[in-house]
Design a protein around this ligand. Sequence first.
Ligand code: NAD
Length: 487
Amino acid sequence: MTTGKMLIDGEWVDASNGATYTVPNPATEEPVGRAPDATADDMRRAIGAARRAFDDGPWPRSSRDERARALLRIADAMERRKEDMRQLLIAEAGATWVTHPMQVDSPIEHLRHWADIVRSYQFEEMLPARASQGPLGPQMNCGVVYRQPVGVCAMIPTWNFPVYVTVQKLGPGLATGCTMVFKPSPWGPLINLFIAELVAEADLPPGVVNFVTGQGNDIAEALVSDPRVDKVSFTGSVATGRKIIQASASNLKRVFLELGGKSVGIYLDSDGIEMNAMVASGPAMFHAGQGCAMATRVLVQKDVHDRFVENMVGFVQNMVKVGDPADPATMLGPVIREERRQKIEEYIGAGKAEGATLATGGGRPKDLQRGYFLEPTIFCNVRNDIRIAREEIFGPVVSVIPFADDEEAIRIANDSTYGLGGAIYARDTTRAVEMAKRIRTGVVWINNGINMFDGPFGGFKESGIGREGGRWSMEEYTEVQQITWRA
Ligand code: NAD
């Protein structure tokens, strides 16, 4: 499905020492393929190529039209090879079909949208002319605010929605005229090398986009500490985000961080329980709970808590098929690796030990001997101060927390070191909007769970720094410059 080569300076290459590593299918534990296991020297070569492409190449000065055409060529290539991409996402990421609108279709739409944005974006904005007293007498001054590409970008996407996350960096990176080195997650190299092949169809100058894969963190560290890099764009955990800030300090790199979350879903009404309970069970099955903004803390009114939980349990036990992600009927696939499964099981143990009630799940499905599967798991009567309510589990585990009134729901929602997403379900949208304004998270979905294409996405508090989406990404990947002249 992919050549399995890295893209450095416009050439398809292996790791310089010839090393590769096996990438397993999380549903079968069988190999999907092998990826180059690059060295820090390979990484430095890619950074050098991106630096030259930025300093001496034509791309940073390319026209809007050239950028838009490149983005459309990549989108078209992705469309043509959509079925290959789908199969690779199933095999490498364990992506069930219910996730494909976001895993497969949405990135193509986004690339096309970046092409639209670059055609109309205001890279130059005139300032109002202003008279002043100069050394030689009165003078008129004109000025423009110009947005230059930020420079060489270290792009470190994660593995959960690998095409989506990579495209969220690639699209605005190209639209703004940056050059870049992608260092995909060690758990998602093949799909990124596949994207590299599609990028090559855009005929970009050598070095504009480079992809370097490897299983060690040494190549990531070499990338984020290199003074030739101007910006780091990272999607991953808070712990790694902190290390990146430290490594970036040497030359004050710009840093964009999309990190984890412990989002709430607040259910304000005491009726409509059947439908709401199904929605609230989402993180216990959708991509095995491996999503940054999933509402893994479910807040329900105290007096309907038990009925709500009964409905959730009924739904996951009777409706959620667990198993092979290649089967379109499957709703819950595997988690990405055995080490992740064990970590999730540790959280399940902590939930029980700290007094939460296990309503369903908590174990491994008996009929699935291979693959990193877990049962959909729901805890109820959870207190917000225990580990399963405070830490990001990143597995198919949901905690139901009762609340007495709106004020308590807001207090629980905000009682978190994270601040990424949140959802409110209510018939009274005015009440919900007023509540949303008091929730300290980067996004609040009311009755929909949908991100607007041009809306900003990102975190308050430890969920990140910066915003992506539409013009917000354009701002992340540009530096603002003031140019003034005497009229
Ligand atoms: P992670 O923090 O384990 O990141 C691993 C990546 O960081 C790898 O590519 C690794 O090589 C690299 N890395 C390791 N040490 C490094 C260092 N010192 N400097 C630079 N890079 C280093 O996270 P993960 O498991 O890949 O992703 C899961 C996390 O991603 C979850 O917390 C999830 O919430 C978050 N996430 C956030 C968003 C968002 O948009 N906010 C989207 C998806 C996932």
